[in-house]
Structure formats: structure tokens, C-alpha cells
Ligand binder design. Structure first.
Ligand SMILES: C[S@@+](CC[C@H](N)C(=O)[O-])C[C@H]1O[C@@H](n2cnc3c(N)ncnc32)[C@H](O)[C@@H]1O
Length: 207
């Protein structure tokens, strides 16, 4: 099944009431690592792509300014209920991460936790996120990927039929979604939870 915004709206309407107490518990270690490598400094402007229920909010350091976007009103309502955050300025808006309505170079850091495996067009989402960064800005990604060199097995294809119904695609390759070279550089790429199925990746905007 292909991921679509229509299906995501349906799936994340169902996930919204239970996400924080079920699915999110699995991700804590990877999420913590993503924010550690983001290495945020006070005063930095952070773009949180696919903010969801705001599960990342407890990990935000004081003194940063955050703009979070998400497609799902239901997930955003949960995130809004966590605000205000002491010491952080957080603004949330409903938007499609594949068509980010953002000025170029507006952010120092983009954080893409568990979103590139969900949006219909991961390449458009990643390109738009990188374009929203100032030159030298960094994008941090925590998500699951099929290794670029790996063959897509029948088992994994079958499993994906189920996971897409639940709102995520386990068979995307980072290499397929990276925008043309010249805009980014891979700074680090490390295995995370799920025996390396999940990875924490840092890209730097170069162009
Ligand atoms: C697995 S959740 C991850 C949420 C959050 N980033 C986290 O780490 O908990 C995926 C999120 O992507 C959002 N989403 C799905 N399609 C989207 C789109 N086209 N644009 C923006 N957000 C989208 C869903 O509403 C959901 O909140």
C-alpha cells in the first residue's frame, strides 16, 4: 500500500489518543540520541517536521525557538495540550511536510523524527526541510530505513503491507530520498533501536 495524506489523516486520528502511552515508549532511546546529536544551542531556530503529539518536547533544551508542523489536527491537538513549555518558545501549525510553506534559510536545525517513513513523498519532505535551513544548518533524522545496498526481501515486503496500514513504511531507502548533491553532506549515520532498523542521521546543508 502506498502512503497517502488521506490515509495518514485516518491512521493518526486513531493513533492520537494512544500514541504517547503505546508506540512512543518504544522510541525513547532513539529520540534521546537524535536530540543529543542535534546539539542545540540557546537561541537556535528549530523546525520540527511532523511534530506529532509533541513527544519530543520534554527533550528540548531551554532557550530554543521551535516551529512544529504536522498534517493531523488530532496529533497537533495533543501537542498543543503540552504547551507552554518552560524556557522554550514553541509555535505549531498544520501543514503538509511535503509542501512546506517556509522561507528559505529560516532555521538553524530541522528535526525529522519518524516522519520520512510516513509522508507520501519523503524526497519532497527532506528537500523542503533542507531548503528551510541556513547554509551550514543541520538536519537530524531518526527513522527506520532499508539499507541503501539491501535487497528488498519478500518478508519485508509482506510486513510492509501491514505497517503501511498502521501509518508507516519500513522499506524506504535514505539514498532514494536525498536531494541532489550540493545541498547537503552526511555528517553522521549511526544504527539505533530495532537492531539498526532505525538510524540516527545528521546532514549538514552545504549549498
Ligand atoms: C510516527 S508519527 C511521528 C510524530 C513525531 N515526529 C514523533 O517523533 O513522535 C508521524 C507523524 O507524521 C504526521 N504526518 C503524516 N503525513 C504528514 C504530512 N504529509 N505532513 C506533515 N505531517 C504528516 C502524522 O500526523 C504523525 O503525527
Amino acid at each position: 500500500m502506498k502512503m497517502t495524506n488521506r490515509h495518514n489523516l485516518f491512521a493518526y486520528r486513531l493513533w492520537a489518543p494512544v500514541y504517547d502511552t503505546t508506540l512512543n515508549r518504544v522510541f525513547i532511546a532513539g529520540r534521546k540520541r537524535a536530540w543529543a546529536v542535534a546539539n542545540l544551542q540557546a537561541g537556535e531556530r528549530v523546525l520540527l517536521v511532523g511534530a506529532g503529539t509533541g513527544a519530543d518536547f520534554p527533550l528540548l533544551p531551554a532557550g530554543v525557538w521551535v516551529a512544529g508542523i504536522d498534517l493531523s489536527r488530532d496529533m497537533l491537538a495533543k501537542a498543543r495540550a503540552r504547551l507552554p513549555l518552560p524556557g522554550c518558545d514553541v509555535a505549531l501549525a498544520r501543514a503538509d511536510a511535503c509542501r512546506l510553506p517556509l522561507p528559505p534559510s529560516a532555521f538553524d536545525v530541522a528535526v525529522l523524527n519518524l516522519i520520512l517513513s510516513v509522508v507520501p513523498d519523503a524526497g519532497a519532505c527532506l528537500t523542503a526541510s533542507l531548503r528551510a535551513l541556513r547554509p551550514g544548518g543541520r538536519a537530524v533524522i531518526f527513522d527506520k530505513f532499508l539499507p541503501d545496498s539491501a535487497r528488498l526481501s519478500a518478508g519485508r515486503r509482506l510486513t510492509n503491507t501491514l505497517t503501511t496500514v498502521f501509518g508507516t513504511d519500513i522499506n524506504r531507502r535514505l539514498g532514494d530520498m536525498l536531494p541532489p548533491e550540493g545541498l547537503w553532506k552526511v555528517v553522521s549515520d549511526e544504527p539505533s533501536i530495532g537492531g539498526g532498523l532505525y538510524r540516527v542521521i545528521v546532514l549538514r546543508r552545504t549549498g
